[in-house]
Each structure stands twice: as structure tokens, then as C-alpha cells.
Design a protein around this ligand. Structure first.
Ligand SMILES: Nc1ncnc2c1ncn2[C@@H]1O[C@H](COP(=O)(O)OP(=O)(O)OP(=O)(O)O)[C@@H](O)[C@H]1O
Ligand SMILES: O=P(O)(O)OC[C@@]1(O)O[C@H](CO)[C@@H](O)[C@@H]1O
Length: 303
């Protein structure tokens, strides 16, 4: 079974405008609301590919209800812990450029946390666990590392997609996969990344620090996969970008789906890039027919 954990889900309120002006009233031409948060996006893409997962995390208030009902309608298995405060709303402005405004999110009390830990302890050998997205500021930065420790005696494949200390603290427990984008890689190493060689060299450092596999996603420039044996580069297909929100989560979902078929990294990488790009070319998260079409165009090079 694949479990996704979203500590800080959101309603993603997506607004399209002709020109976005600061300090003035902006009128939208189109808007939409989707359940968001990185783990939830992974569960939704897996579902679109025809693969079941269980979505775990914390939701609260009317915004939390919206998310749960939306996911139930899509037939996604949810096991959320209900908390007192409202789930956040993240605003995504699509105009000449994309601008995102992400909320802080609600407080998580100790009892709710304990309830999540108890669910996670039940995860079995050979299951997958996706720990994705921001953890509320009131919680310790090593929260994902603590969760890994709950499973240390089981061979669970842990996938981590988050930022800075929260990500770094998971490396000593040897996650199966981490997926920083370039900006996140720059933040981790407090540096500017200019060339593909830079990306590879920082990817190798993350492997030396404990990650079994590192996929660095690079938007329209595709992605690099680095582990102790190989360096693979996957070119992204060309197309009109409609939405980059969730492209990285789609890559993670595609990877798990493709890898899970024959435990083959190359297949995982191809499916990952196809799903990421299919989401970039869609208004919502990717659907299987476009993913299958793009899959035929993906070229992987061994560097
Ligand atoms: N404009 C684009 N054209 C083609 N493919 C794209 C484009 N943007 C993203 N992709 C695909 O999606 C993958 C993930 O994208 P990206 O690097 O933007 O992830 P991310 O920054 O983690 O996204 P997010 O945080 O919004 O989920 C890329 O590796 C690529 O395959
Ligand atoms: O604030 P976080 O947890 O870092 O990111 C949250 C978020 O931007 O990530 C998803 C896209 O990856 C969106 O659905 C959601 O709004």
C-alpha cells in the first residue's frame, strides 16, 4: 500500500487574471478550487493513474470538509485526523507570471500528533510512505525524521519532498527518494546553482548524506536522477505550460507508480517526468491519457 502524509493540506484557490497589479483591485477571469497540499496531490495523481493510496494528515473546519468531500468523490481513501482550527487556503495567481501565497496552517496539538503516529506505526513491510510538504512552524523541524524512526525496523520505502532542515534531518535515516527542485537545492546548500554540473555535484552530496535516490526537478528543463551507481537526465516534453502547481508532486506520484510495476528506477523516472509534464500542460493535476501520450516522448540519457 502507498501512504501519503500531508501535515498542512490546503484548498488551492487558483485565480487567472489578465494583468496582476499590486496595490489595486484585480478582477479574475477564471477561478477554481482544488484540494491541495503535496501529499494529497500525490494521492490524487496516483488515483488518476489507477493506483490506490491512503491519504493521511490533519484537516479542520469547513476548508477541511471541502477537501475530504472532494477526495471522497474521487474515490480516494482518506484517513485524516480532525483538528480544531481551519485548514489553510493557498492562493495561486496565474497571470503574466505565477504567484503563490501559501498560508501558515493550523496548530497541531500533541494528541492529534500521537494519533497520526499510531496510524503510521501500522504501516507494513514493503509499503511506501510519502512525507510531503511544509510542516507547521509550531512543530519541530525534524518531524519527518521522527516518523522515519517509528518505522526503522521495517523495510518501508520512504519518499520525502520538503525543504531545508525538515529534509536534511531525514537523510541519516536513508530515505528511498528525495525530490528537491533547484530552488530547494540552493536553499539546502546556501548557494547559487548555475550549471547542470552544479546540480549533479549537489545531488551527489545528498546521496553521500544518506539519500538512496535523489531526483532534482528542473521545471521545463526536465529532471536529474542521482544515486550511488548512476546519473540519469530526463528531458521534459515540450508543450504549453498551463499550471505548474503540483508538477513536482505529480513527478513523485509517477515515479512511485512506474517504479512499483517492476521495481525499475528507469521506469519510475520516465513515468515521473511524464506525470510532471502532463500536469504542467493541464489546468488541474494530470490525467492518465496525456501521461501515456507523453511517456512515448520521454528520452533518458545516462551521464
Ligand atoms: N513548463 C514545463 N514544461 C514541461 N514539463 C514541465 C514544465 N514544468 C514542470 N514540468 C515537469 O514537471 C516536473 C516537476 O516540475 P518542477 O521542477 O516545476 O517541480 P516543483 O518545483 O517541485 O513543482 P511544485 O512545487 O509546484 O509541485 C519537471 O521535472 C518536468 O518533468
Ligand atoms: O506550503 P507547502 O506545503 O510547501 O506547499 C503547499 C502547496 O503549494 O504545494 C502544492 C503543490 O506542490 C499545492 O497544492 C499547495 O498549495
Amino acid at each position: 500500500m502507498i501512504y501519503t502524509v500531508t501535515f498542512n493540506p490546503s484548498i488551492d484557490y487558483i485565480v487567472s487574471l489578465e494583468d496582476f497589479g499590486l496595490g489595486t483591485v484585480n478582477r479574475v477571469t477564471k477561478d477554481a478550487k482544488y484540494p491541495g497540499g503535496k501529499g494529497i496531490n500525490v494521492s490524487r495523481v496516483l488515483n488518476n493513474l489507477g493506483k490506490k493510496s491512503k491519504a493521511l494528515g490533519f484537516i479542520g473546519g469547513f476548508t477541511g470538509d471541502f477537501i475530504e468531500e472532494f477526495l471522497k468523490k474521487e474515490n480516494i481513501d482518506t484517513h485524516f485526523i480532525k483538528i480544531y482550527e481551519d485548514t489553510r487556503i493557498n492562493v495561486k495567481v496565474k497571470s503574466n507570471e505565477e504567484t503563490e501565497i501559501n498560508g501558515n496552517g493550523p496548530h497541531i496539538d500533541d494528541e492529534s500528533l500521537e494519533r497520526l503516529f499510531n496510524k503510521i506505526k501500522k504501516i507494513k513491510e514493503d509499503d511506501y510512505l510519502v512525507l510531503s510538504g511544509n510542516i507547521q512552524n509550531s512543530l519541530p523541524r525534524n518531524m519527518y525524521s521522527k516518523i522515519q524512526s517509528l518505522l526503522k525496523d521495517k523495510r518501508v520505502k520512504v519518499i520525502v519532498d520538503t525543504t531545508k532542515e525538515a529534509l536534511i534531518s531525514t537523510l541519516e535515516n536513508k530515505p528511498f527518494l528525495i525530490k528537491p527542485n533547484i530552488k530547494e537545492l540552493e536553499e539546502i546548500f546556501e548557494t547559487n546553482i548555475e550549471t547542470r554540473e552544479d546540480v549533479i555535484s549537489y545531488g551527489k552530496k545528498l546521496v553521500a548524506m544518506g539519500a538512496q535516490n535523489v531526483i532534482i526537478s528542473m521545471g521545463k528543463d526536465g529532471a536529474l536522477l542521482v544515486n550511488k551507481d548512476v546519473i540519469l537526465y530526463g528531458e521534459a516534453p515540450k508543450g504549453e505550460s498551463k499550471n505548474s502547481v503540483g508538477a513536482g508532486d505529480s513527478l513523485v506520484a509517477g515515479f512511485i507508480y512506474g517504479y512499483g510495476k517492476n521495481k525499475n528506477l528507469l521506469d519510475g523516472f520516465k513515468w515521473g517526468i511524464a506525470c510532471g509534464s502532463a500536469t504542467a500542460f493541464s489546468m488541474d493535476l494530470c490525467e492518465r491519457p496525456l501521461v501515456e501520450k507523453l511517456l512515448k516522448e520521454i528520452k533518458i540519457l545516462t551521464l
